[in-house]
Design a protein around this ligand. Sequence first.
Ligand code: HPA
Ligand code: ZN
Length: 334
Amino acid sequence: MKNFITHLPKVELHLHIEGSLEPELMFELAKRNKVDIPFDTPEEVRKAYEFDDLQSFLDIYYKGANVLIHEQDFFDLTWAYMLRCQEDNVVHSEIFFDPQTHTERGIAFDTVINGISKALDKANKELNISSQLIICFLRHLDEAAAFETLQQALPYKDKIIAVGLDSSEQGHPPEKFARVFAKAIEEGFLTVAHAGEEGPAQNIWDALDMLKTSRIDHGVRCVEDPHLVETLAEQQIPLTVCPLSNIKLKVFKDMQQHNIVSLLRSGVCVTVNSDDPAYFGGYMNDNFYALADTHELTKQEIAQFSINAINASFIAPVAKEDLISAVRSYTASH
Ligand code: HPA
Ligand code: ZN
């Protein structure tokens, strides 16, 4: 099964590029940019990655991003992730970035997006890995700040497919950003949002109704509302689920308790993703291995996660069909 997972073509739909900052690169950039970090070794950093909930993670995650200053830093960060995609046989990735984490520190929006985009172009040419970019608004900041960020993104419409919503879900429901998302849609962006990670099932309904999202990031708390689960299955509204993240942030007690497999069997379009792999202990393959280790999954079910991700992606319809064929023939030959 491990071998089957390793070589299965995969699509990632929930990855925060700032969350792929490995401690080694954090140290290298801290040195290069003369930024102080409160650790002596990368091992020490890893040991500090024990979280009680989403907020305790976010506090450390935003501090880690302080080492990212120049365009080259954003390039190096993104290139390192694309090399990990190659290793894990991820053939397409839809990547979140948080402009406000950087613009709040005086880093220009252009610096961030140019560094990221150059690495994505290189990966497309040299590694044959395709990608899309999604800008996320930080929901703990106010509506005006989100509008300002949307404004900064307008000149980069050709590089950004969608807008999203991340950071602290508790106390910052979807409705806070309904007007910003309406404007984003008017400007031609697709929309996604984190909902039902720590927040209630109602946030999923509200993200769909008020933000018109094409899919829901996390969404695992949908099970608290059986009518919602039925609707998600009937309308094939995708959930970008992140198993290792959910265990690290204590959304579930352990992987056995995780509901992704039962959602799959209920017909919900669930996908497997790594979220913030440098912080949560693994990239795409590790997330799949962890599920296969704790749940009795067939190869067809594992392949279905990949097919779901292809269907849930923003890839052009013809290319989707080619990818689905590739997954089906891979599965048939194993
Ligand atoms: N949830 C909310 N905000 C985030 C996450 C997440 O999983 N990762 C990075 N920012
Ligand atoms: Zn996330």
